[in-house]
Design a protein around this ligand. Structure first.
Ligand code: MLT
Length: 406
């Protein structure tokens, strides 16, 4: 008899962004004239940078001729892209990362979900609350949690990110083995200083733990004092894996290209307490279960690091950051307390009422889609997240409409 993975039955309804998409679809069907503006899921709206498009076209032309055609590429990614990433994102910032520590993939979402396959079932996992739901749901699927009771999964250690701690969670009260961190944060938009990250690196050394650091939004950092990578913290390479993406940096949400850094030094332990390096394990997983990102996409991603690409990507992100500034300013004028939106595309807004009611109100009265904070965890109750990914015209229109109904 074929039996199912019973852990799936513990999951709460559908994936957050699928639930929202369904609600919006139902509303649209009932109200076909409503011009809905979507500031919910963080999905980019502007075209790929010209440098990427040019490289993309050239790579397609290579695929069109037998002499330059490419079949299977290296599963871990082509050397040209791994080298460009290591140099631009790390060496040029004073952090030495070997190109072979860089694993190219089709998404940070997939990688943050897949990586926990390397760890044993019994580890204690800590997640911030609120949190990107993928970290939680994939651990539920893997059987690392109990049932969902009183708004939380049993056996997970939740690290509260609240107004009281300025949305920077404190160290866990009971020891944990795996810690998810994301800065600039999704969903709160909060950033972390080097001192803040050092606290976690020290904790991981002391408790033989590992940090999974999601840096998908690092390109939005404009404050020169903030770290872009956890590897800027001395000692982090032993205790952290970092996830990055071209999705929000260069508009690749539909094109798909991301990368995960597993430094040579990065370690976990076997049941006898002996060190096991994680890079060979991730390499084994990647080469076994993944066939690499397509050649034209990797060439397009490489172009992000050209001098034209860098200028265009900066212009793209500046555009979304200006949207974020407008959203934050307009919501503040309406009397809402806001976090994020300066080094992040997300604005975290205290609503003064429950998150889903506020979501329903904005959808019904303003025809604007946001993301209810409670969808990211129980500490998100009473908040919504507004995303800056849209045209200027739509952002201004959404803010006018919201101002008209609140
Ligand atoms: C979000 O809206 O939180 C992100 O778009 C989700 C993602 O990147 O998968």
């Amino acid at each position: 008899m074929i039996t199912v993975n019973e852990h799936y039955a513990k999951l709460q309804s559908s994936y957050l962004f699928s639930t929202i998409a369904k609600k919006v679809q139902d509303y649209s069907t009932k109200n076909p004239d409503a011009q809905i503006i979507k500031l919910g899921i963080g999905d980019v709206t502007r075209a790929l940078p010209q440098a990427c498009i040019t490289a993309f076209h050239a790579a397609i032309d290579e695929m069109a001729a037998d002499q330059s055609f490419k079949g299977y590429g290296p599963e871990q990614g082509y050397g040209f892209l791994r080298e460009a990433i290591a140099r631009h994102d790390f060496t040029d910032r004073g952090v030495s990362i070997d190109p072979t520590d860089v694993f190219i993939s089709d998404g940070a979402k997939c990688d943050t979900g897949n990586i926990q396959e390397l760890f044993s079932a019994g580890i204690r996992v800590a997640v911030p609350d609120p949190v990107y739901p993928v970290y939680v749901d994939t651990n539920v699927m893997a059987g690392r949690t109990g049932f969902f009771t009183d708004g939380r999964y049993e056996h997970l250690v939740y690290l509260d990110s609240t107004e009281e701690n300025n949305f920077l969670p404190g160290l866990p009260h009971s020891p944990v083995d795996l810690i998810y961190l994301c800065f600039p944060n999704n969903p709160t938009g909060q950033t972390a200083t080097k001192e803040e990250l050092k606290k976690w690196v020290d904790y991981a050394h002391e408790h033989k733990a590992l940090i999974l650091f999601d840096a998908a939004y690092e390109a939005f950092i404009r404050n020169d004092n903030l770290p872009h990578s956890i590897f800027e913290i001395p000692g982090a390479k032993e205790v952290a894996i970092e996830f990055r993406s071209f999705s929000k940096t260069a508009g690749f949400t539909g094109t798909r290209c991301a990368y995960t850094i597993v430094p040579e030094e990065c370690r976990a332990f076997n049941k006898d307490g002996e060190v096991v390096h994680l890079k060979p394990l991730w390499n084994r997983r990647h080469t076994t279960k993944f066939n690499g990102v397509s050649y034209p996409v990797q060439r397009a991603a490489e172009a992000v690091f050209s001098s034209d690409g860098q200028k265009q990507v900066k212009e793209l992100i500046d555009f979304y950051l200006e949207n974020a500034r407008i959203i934050r300013e307009r919501m503040s004028v309406l009397g809402f307390s806001c976090t994020g939106g300066d080094n992040s595309p997300y604005i975290w807004i205290k609503t003064g009422q429950d998150s889903w009611s506020f979501f329903d109100l904005l959808l019904a009265e303003a025809h604007v889609v946001c993301t209810p904070g409670s969808g990211f965890g129980s500490c998100g109750e009473g908040f919504i997240r507004i995303s800056a990914f849209n045209s200027r015209e739509n952002v201004n229109a959404a803010m006018d409409r919201i101002s008209g109904v609140l």
